[in-house]
Design a binder for this molecule. Structure first.
Ligand code: TXA
Ligand code: MG
Length: 348
């Protein structure tokens, strides 16, 4: 039985937060909103509680979990040999959607870090997440609160759809703010390396770390992933998604022709498009889930839109790739993974 507790985003009820933190300290699972996506939380220092996260999500044991803290002073509880750069990054981006990989503290259970000697740490910028962290007084290990390989949850109902019955309580704080996950930066490599683009744009990291490295990795399911979280099938809808990338005036007629071809085959077709593109498809019997017309609304809508199209039982989803800069890098990364790598460059 999963308890659903509505919580005011900007004024979380202390009674509800106390109830949730009691559950956490007793080894239970609490789903809660962060500024990025909903997390499935357990006491990060309790190996047993963490093992229940892996079971609930059906997450492979080799995929490590991010540890959430209330404030930078808590880093020493979970990390050791903390690099000086952390001070500067914390100052610039915490609380916020930046996750840092550092050497782990020996007290962090092996299952949190998937037996690695490093730990992922972030301080979320969300009043409910921060109240929960402060009230429980423990670091909270929390992956996204979706079933493994499904789109991440940006609303409490997404959590319930995937994990209802497997979580003790869901704190329903409405829509998350950003909609894509945190940026992950590895500080244990010789040169700091971006492992996952996310809510903090790469350009913002470059202001502090001019030589930060990024090499996108998309690994097939049966391949050996050099770093966790690089599988190309991730965030995937049930329908087959293909992403079309190129100049708008070339991509839109192309998507139109592809959609017509699928409709002739009697496939149910879904489109994932900015609002401004919708009028170009009014002549076709397709289902359309809209993204925003700018990068922040697109990020906020992406996962919910994928779930909407799945709920309409479409067979095929066609999407137009957004521009690359800022949050666009993270959006394109998630679309590529949701499409299991099917990204078509349309030139002419
Ligand atoms: O925005 C977010 O980061 C959300 C919210 C809930 O905080 N969390 C999230 O967690 O996206 P999850 O588990 O869905 O993604 C965490 C990623 C995984 O790809 C995992 O492999 C990577 O972080 N990760 C965790 N620990 C790591 C480590 N020690 N080394 C490298 N990657 C690590
Ligand atoms: Mg996830």
């Amino acid at each position: 039985e999963t308890l659903i507790a509505h919580v005011e985003r900007d004024d979380p009820s202390p009674e509800t937060i106390a109830l949730a933190s009691d559950i956490l300290r007793a080894g239970g699972l609490v789903a809660f909103p962060t500024e990025t996506v909903y997390g499935l939380g357990a006491n990060a220092l309790d190996a047993d509680a963490i093992s229940h996260i892996f079971e609930a999500k059906q997450r492979p044991a080799n995929d490590p979990i991010i540890v959430h803290l209330a404030e930078p002073d808590d880093i020493g509880i979970v990390a050791s040999d903390v690099p000086d750069l952390v001070g500067q990054l914390a100052e610039a981006f915490w609380p916020g959607p930046l996750t840092l990989i550092m050497k782990k503290h020996r007290d962090v259970p092996g299952n949190v870090t998937a037996q690695r000697d490093t730990v992922a740490v972030r301080i979320p910028n969300h009043p409910i997440a921060l109240s929960l962290l402060r009230a429980s007084g423990v670091p909270i290990g929390a992956p996204s609160a979706n079933r493994f390989s499904r789109p991440s949850p940006t609303r409490a109902e997404h959590v319930l759809a995937d994990l209802g019955g497997h979580v003790d309580v869901v704190l329903d704080g409405g829509n998350t703010d950003i909609g894509v996950e945190s940026t992950i930066l590895d500080l244990t490599s010789a040169i700091p390396t971006l492992l996952r683009p996310g809510g903090i744009p790469l350009e913002a990291l470059r202001d502090i770390i001019p030589d930060v490295q990024y090499t996108p990795l998309y690994i097939e399911e049966d391949g050996i992933a050099p770093s966790p979280g690089t599988l190309s099938k991730h965030y995937a809808p049930q329908a087959q998604l293909t992403v079309y990338d190129g100049p708008r005036e070339i991509v839109l007629p192309h998507i139109h022709r592809i959609a017509e071809g699928h409709l002739e085959n009697n496939d149910r077709v879904g489109l994932l498009l900015p609002n401004g593109d919708v009028s170009r498809f009014e002549d076709l019997p397709v289902s359309i889930a809209t993204l925003g017309d700018d990068e922040s609304t697109t990020a906020a809508r992406l996962y919910a839109a994928l779930r909407e199209l799945d709920n309409l039982n479409v067979d095929i989803i066609l999407a137009r790739a957004p521009e690359e800069g800022g949050l666009g890098l993270a959006i394109r990364d998630r679309m590529t993974r949701a499409a299991e790598g099917r990204v078509v460059k349309v030139q002419s």
